[in-house]
Write a protein of this length. Sequence first.
Length: 459
Amino acid sequence: MDENIKNPLATENISKLLLKFSVPTMFTLMVSYLYNIVDQIFVGKGVGIIGIAATNISFPFTIVCNSFALLIGDGCAANISLCLGRKEQKQANAYFGNAFSILILFGILIVILSYIFLEKLLLICGATQSILPFAKDYTTIILLGLPFMMFNVSFTAIIRCDGNPKYSMKAMLIGAVINIILDPIFIFILDMGVKGAAIATILGQFVSGMICICYIFKFQNITFEKQNMILKPSTSISIFLLGIPSFMTQIATACVQIVMNNMMRYYGAMTVYGSDIALSCYGTMMKVYQIAHAMFVGVSSGTQPINGFNYGAKQYHRVKKTYFTAVTAAFIISIFWWLIYQIFPTQIAGIFVDSYEKNYIAFATICYRFYMLAFFVYGIPVVTASFFQAIGKPMKSLIISLSRQIIFLIPLCILLSNKYGLKGALFSAPIADAMTFLLAVILIALQLKNWKKQCLFSS
């Protein structure tokens, strides 16, 4: 225990530690999602609304790849943090070796399966016949870069738990700069349209991925050993168990994206806006939404190495303090983004297209305000799910992660859209946000009450 207490994670100021681990992670994720926003902006200006809709149809592919990357990366990182807190160095090394092998296998498998079933998958994701050719052009190229994006996302969590979150931030930033520089060259100068946007994206992802892989030789608290790449069922299962809440959250996001795309296509056709505008508006909203979501994930992920180490070292009072510090930060961020969406929807929507697209701007305003109506409570469940994941209680984390998307949002979306059309589909989100918030409050209250009963902390 004495050795544990000397560790900065068990002694330094909680707020400073949270900033140290959250800000680089937050920035890294925001830059990751910036790839998609930059593509949307340049495609919107260079190709038009149909190009935006095409990249939106492709977005679930990115989300699914992110889900597997987080399954491996977050699961590995959570296990490593707990092992380091318990001084189990060999097991920590084993987790990384197995995670590295799984990451390579999943990356190859996902790309192969996506190419085999590409057209069917795009139609399932909501593509109309007018959008399908553009979506195929874009996705065919994007798939080549997705394995490198998976390395970016997975290694972000692992590098963070090794105590060097700034490294992955730099790697992602370099990739984003490459993408931003090449996008206008390929789209406008070379007149390559959505294909140009896709090529610029995968080149940026390749560079970022290779930089992250090079960190293997820079580990401070983990040792990479080739023999640990041989998969062991018990080690791999432990990675999946602690990573599955992150995985399911992303898969649920992909499911919501697919359901909402189909709602926009079907009910949009019944309005003056049409399917293509409805799909485009929802797509642009979700791209900006991902930037906001990245801030919450940054805060929650930043708590994981702190909570994981201190829980393993039985410093429960620090785990509790870390949670409430993170909740405060998440609530402030929630309020900020709620105000942005309610006050500036027209300005946000206008970034992606020319001002003369009146129907697009009109529906985007409705879309943003309705969907984000209860966003001021969005961050607290995200932080709470991460808390349970970090202390080795994946089922509670999973319940919170699935509740918003699968248990509440999708059923509400289907029911309300059947009665109220597009507005009903959009209004399902704030109801789901409020219900998930209440669930998270109940679960955390029960957990803290249980700890207090066990006298794990005084207050």
